[in-house]
Every structure is written in structure tokens, then in C-alpha cells.
Design a protein around this ligand. Structure first.
Ligand SMILES: Nc1ncnc2c1ncn2[C@@H]1O[C@H](COP(=O)(O)OP(=O)(O)O)[C@@H](O)[C@H]1O
Ligand SMILES: [Mg+2]
Length: 252
């Protein structure tokens, strides 16, 4: 008797729509072998983190996803519009908040009325209502970070690439911003791919974590964070988090 072929995808994959897929991506910068073999998938609505030490090729992965640089081998698929918050705080010191966050859309010659509408809708969401006219030096670290986040949001609501979004913040502000980000994600119901080298941050925020090796980079482990999914803040200092942290420390 002839056997029925197995379905191509698991039921899990069939229910979720794929937003980002990297399939065996390889990238060298001249002699420097940066990405050896990187495969990863992000589904709609997920919060996925790439965790690895510095210099492990994480930003290179984002630059490839955002289409800023080419890759040598493999395949990259992106379904949807991407907002990219780069590692460096790119706020221009001589422009106020409103002009800074509108800049990418201004450069794309987006209708001024549309820009103004977006600003009005999003400023309160990121807690910067009333600070439109402020200059970056007048803002706290957390506010500058939210301004950068807002600029990303102005370009796309669908897929967020956040490269070490909280790297430069003190630990107290960082914790507040992590809470804020989870809240924001609930409101926007979007897809987030985050880069971090902070294990606690990865555990607190993620649905899944890809642990990346040093260069030439490969994905060492994919971890599904299955506890406290609906209230991630309860993960903070929980026994499950500590256990997972220990597991990750052994991999790294
Ligand atoms: N445009 C580039 N040209 C040459 N080397 C680069 C370039 N971008 C990154 N690199 C190198 O690739 C390696 C990985 O960099 P990066 O992706 O920024 O790592 P991470 O974000 O994990 O810290 C580093 O050694 C870095 O110096
Ligand atoms: Mg980086």
C-alpha cells in the first residue's frame, strides 16, 4: 500500500505566517569570515532575540535583513516593511525631536500631512508628547532611546529590528525601557527581532532566542522560552529564568 506523504510543514508552521527567514546565509568581509552559516525564522507577532557576544556578527545579520549590505551565499526572505533601529543613536543634535523622528520620511518625500498625523498618534505612545521641540541634549537617555524608537516606528509598524536598543542605558532605566517595550509590543501587535548580549534581557523579553557563536558565526542553539509567556514581567528573577540563564551560560 502506498504511504501518504507527510505534510510539508508542521501544523505549528502552517498556522503562523513567516516574516523573516534566513537560510544558510554566509558573509565574508574580505578575508574576515563573519557569518559562516546562519539560518533563522521569525513568525508574525513573535518577539525573537539574537543573543551573542560582541563582534559575533549580529549587526551584520541586521544589515543583511534590512537590505543595507549583500550576502555571499544562502537565501533571505523578508515579508513586510522593516523599521531598523541601529546600534548607534543617530539623533542629530541640531534637530529637535519632531524633525529628528520625521527625517526618514522627509527624505522619502512623504506627504507632510501624513507625517504630522503619525507624529500626533505616536508621540503620546512613546511618552514624548510635549517634547516635540526639545533637542536631543535636553532629553534623558531613556527619552532619547524612545525618540530613536519613534523614528523607527514612523517608518514601519510591522517588523522592528532593534540592535542593542538598551545598550547605552543604566540598569534602572534599562529595566523601565524593557517594560515599556513589552507594553508597546502589546499595543502595536507587531513583530520584533532584537539583538542583545545581555542574557537576562533576552530571557525577559523573548518568545524565542537564537544563541549565536563567535565569528565565523553559526546558530548554536534555538531556545523557546515557554514560561510566563503572557506576563513576561513575572520572569524577572524567577527560578525558571535562573535555570535557563545557567543553561545559556554553558552554551556561550
Ligand atoms: N562593513 C564592514 N567591513 C569590514 N568588517 C566589518 C564590517 N562590518 C562589520 N565588520 C566586522 O565583522 C565582525 C562582526 O561585526 P558585527 O556584525 O558588527 O558584530 P556584533 O554586532 O555582533 O558586535 C567584526 O569583526 C567587525 O569588525
Ligand atoms: Mg553590533
Amino acid at each position: 500500500m502506498q504511504r501518504m506523504p507527510l505534510p510539508m510543514n508542521s501544523s505549528q508552521a502552517a498556522n503562523k505566517s513567516l516574516v523573516i527567514k534566513l537560510n544558510h546565509v554566509k558573509k565574508d568581509f574580505g578575508e574576515l569570515k563573519v557569518l559562516h552559516d546562519v539560518s533563522l525564522e521569525v513568525y508574525k507577532g513573535e518577539f525573537v532575540t539574537i543573543l551573542g557576544s560582541s563582534g559575533s556578527g549580529k549587526s551584520t545579520i541586521f544589515n543583511i535583513i534590512a537590505g543595507l549590505i549583500d550576502y555571499d551565499e544562502g537565501e533571505v526572505t523578508v515579508n513586510g516593511s522593516v523599521g531598523y533601529m541601529q546600534q548607534k543613536d543617530l539623533l542629530l543634535p541640531w534637530k529637535n525631536v519632531a524633525d529628528n523622528v520625521s527625517l526618514p520620511l522627509m527624505l522619502k518625500k512623504t506627504d507632510k500631512k501624513l507625517i504630522a498625523e503619525k507624529l500626533e498618534a505616536y508621540l503620546p505612545l512613546v511618552g514624548l508628547k510635549g517634547y516635540e521641540e526639545s533637542f536631543p541634549f535636553q532629553l534623558s537617555g531613556g527619552m532619547r532611546q524612545r525618540a530613536s524608537f519613534l523614528r523607527t516606528l514612523m517608518t514601519s509598524e510591522e517588523i522592528f529590528l532593534l540592535d542593542e536598543a538598551f545598550g547605552s542605558l543604566d540598569s534602572i532605566t534599562r529595566r523601565q525601557m524593557q517594560k515599556w517595550l513589552l507594553d508597546m509590543k502589546m499595543k502595536l501587535n507587531n513583530t520584533i527581532l532584537l539583538i542583545t548580549h545581555d542574557i537576562d534581557e533576552a530571557i525577559l523579553l523573548s518568545d524565542r532566542i537564537y544563541v549565536i557563536s563567535k565569528i565565523p558565526a553559526v546558530i548554536k542553539r534555538e531556545i523557546s522560552v515557554d514560561f510566563n509567556r503572557d506576563n513576561k514581567l513575572e520572569r524577572f528573577l524567577s527560578p525558571e529564568s535562573l535555570k535557563l540563564k545557567e543553561e545559556i551560560l554553558e552554551i556561550l
